[in-house]
Design a protein around this ligand. Structure first.
Ligand code: G4P
Length: 526
């Protein structure tokens, strides 16, 4: 009973956006509502500043700060809300993809002037793969941007979403008068800089009343009425079940920096967003309400500071109750482990927790026992599935610069890959090792860490690869034949799965056409 109550309280979600759309600002405003922070600006340190992108040590320093804000928990209206931070920096996109496996829903922030941007598309697709429910927040209404209907069209087209507007802007930029909250039938009048007072929110139960004219002016009131009429005819009304199944996406408009439209978003979120969901393992579905504890590691953060070489493994609790100093089964290693200082994250503060519940994220100090995807249970041998490995976008040969340190290099590479820093492929024809990453920065990080943590030195050589595709076929004979014929382009990943290294999009297309019986996949399971 107690467990069910705790589970029902939890809402665990991530905010996703293209960099600069306003994710950090929105996060901060949500935390202010929850009373988790007192002043604006507290979350800013979490953001990797654009000017620092060429200096990876500076980025790592900032990432160090961001450990504290990796998960931000706060209480609001009787709910415990866990916001999982998703790095906006393109080079850490893999971190973001994996973090999205630990959420139950997401909020997508879109810049009203820029519309749907490339990173938005990528992240939304990752959520769609898992049918994650998403609410869209169109931000920066205080600036001139695209027309509301144009934006909805773009979202439907580019993100393949079925949208359902729950609020609608009256004007935009300099002419922004307010937002009509369709969900609650209220008109919110806009005042810049977050000085939203109660009297700025007016209940409009009858859209035909001249109260609209009184607050907005004749032209705007008329426009709003006719736009709402279009919305009513064109777009579906809110169906919570469809939203929760990932088949309908509510849309809100606002301006995060002005704290405008944010409360409406939060209030709707807590009333419709799903609580902790059941999760799939290799043998069965685990329900959050099960008595026995289970959870999985979705992120590992290594400290680059040489004085504190510890790592933190982030664990999502999936079922039961986690308790401090109790023995749990590390399924992959087949042994018991207990944790004396599991950490919870409350906005800026980290604290040791005695217990945690489904939906919660805790940090476990680790000296190298964990890798991404590891499962902890009370004894059952299960593994949570669905944590993706995507095809990297940049590839380089690794060259051992100090043959006396081969063992150290191998060990270092092995552990860094387990942390999810990059992916390692071993060529079939010559056993050479290739590192694949999402961003160029990771190559420097690996080089630096190999030297400082493992005493090994490496260099890189260019290799012309466009994509790595995991291959498979129902016809094992054909697969064998393919393996023999294409040996020069094949490699094993860390799990020993066959990967085709395509030199160009054109080359990939040709090989696909020549071998229709072979499946080429851009993603695999960790
Ligand atoms: P991100 O985490 O998605 O990358 O974006 P972030 O919140 O940092 O916002 C990016 C920029 O957009 C910031 O300005 C921020 O102040 C601004 N911004 C966020 N919400 C709104 C809004 O509703 N209206 C307007 N006009 N601007 C908004 P910056 O100048 O890049 O950074 P800063 O100097 O303000 O920190």
């Amino acid at each position: 009973m107690f467990l069910t109550k705790e589970i029902e309280k939890r809402r665990t979600f991530g905010i996703i956006s293209h960099p600069d759309a306003g994710k950090t600002t929105l996060t901060e405003k949500l935390l202010l509502f929850g009373g988790a922070i007192q002043v604006a600006g507290a979350v800013k340190s979490n953001k990797i500043k654009r000017h620092a992108t060429s200096d990876f040590m500076e980025i790592e320093r900032q990432r160090g700060i961001s450990v504290a804000t990796s998960v931000m928990a706060f209480d609001y209206c009787g709910k415990r809300i866990n916001i999982l931070d998703t790095p906006g920096h393109q080079d850490f996109a893999e971190d973001t993809y994996r973090t999205l496996t630990a959420v139950d829903s997401a909020i997508v922030v879109i810049d009203v002037a820029k519309g749907v941007e490339p990173q938005t598309e990528k992240l939304v697709n990752v959520c769609k793969d898992r049918n994650t429910p998403m609410i869209v927040f169109i931000n920066k209404l205080d600036r001139e941007g695209l027309d509301g209907f144009e934006l909805l069209d773009e979202i439907e087209e580019k993100l393949d979403m079925k949208v359902c507007p729950l609020s609608w802007p009256v004007g935009m930029g300099q002419r922004l008068k307010g937002v009509y909250n369709i969900f609650e039938r209220k008109l919110n009048l806009f005042r810049p800089h977050g000085k939203q007072e109660d009297e700025d929110t007016i209940v409009i139960s009858d859209l035909n009343s001249d109260e609209l004219e009184h607050h907005l002016g004749e032209k705007e009131a008329d426009e709003l009425r006719s736009e709402l009429e279009i919305i009513e005819t064109v777009y579906p009304t809110l169906d919570i079940e469809k939203y929760r199944a990932g088949k309908l996406n509510p849309v809100f408009f606002g301006s995060a920096i002005n704290n405008f439209g944010v409360k409406e978003l939060l209030d709707c979120f807590i009333s419709i967003a799903p609580g902790p969901l059941a999760r799939q393992t290799d043998s069965r579905t685990v329900e959050p309400t099960e008595k026995n504890f289970s959870g999985f590691v979705f992120k590992i953060h290594a400290n680059m500071d040489p004085r504190h070489r510890d790592r933190i493994a982030f664990l999502r609790i999936c079922s039961g109750k986690f308790e401090r100093n109790v023995n749990y089964q590390h399924v992959r290693l087949g042994r018991q482990m207990r944790f004396s200082n599991p950490t919870a994250f409350m906005a800026e503060k980290k604290s040791i927790v005695d217990e945690a519940f489904p939906g919660d994220i805790i940090g476990l100090y680790d000296s190298g026992n964990f890798k991404i995807g590891d499962t902890l249970t009370e004894g059952e041998s299960i593994k949570f599935v669905g944590i993706p490995n995507f095809s990297p976008e940049q590839f380089r040969y690794v060259v051992n610069k100090d043959p006396m340190k081969t063992k150290q290099l191998d060990k270092g590479l092995d552990q860094l890959m387990d942390e999810g820093v990059a992916q390692l492929f071993t060529k079939l024809d010559n056993n050479r090792k290739i590192i694949g990453t999402v961003g160029a920065l990771q190559f420097e990080v690996i080089q630096y860490r190999l030297e400082h943590e493992y005493g090994a030195k490496c260099d890189y050589e260019p290799v012309s690869i466009y994509k790595a595709c995991w291959i498979n076929s129902k016809d094992k004979e054909k697969l064998r034949e393919f393996e023999l014929r294409r040996k020069n382009n094949l490699a094993y990943d860390k799990k020993g799965q066959l990967v085709f290294l395509a030199e160009s999009q054109w080359a990939l297309q040709r090989v696909q056409e020549a071998h229709p019986e072979i499946e080429f996949l851009f993603k695999s399971e960790i």
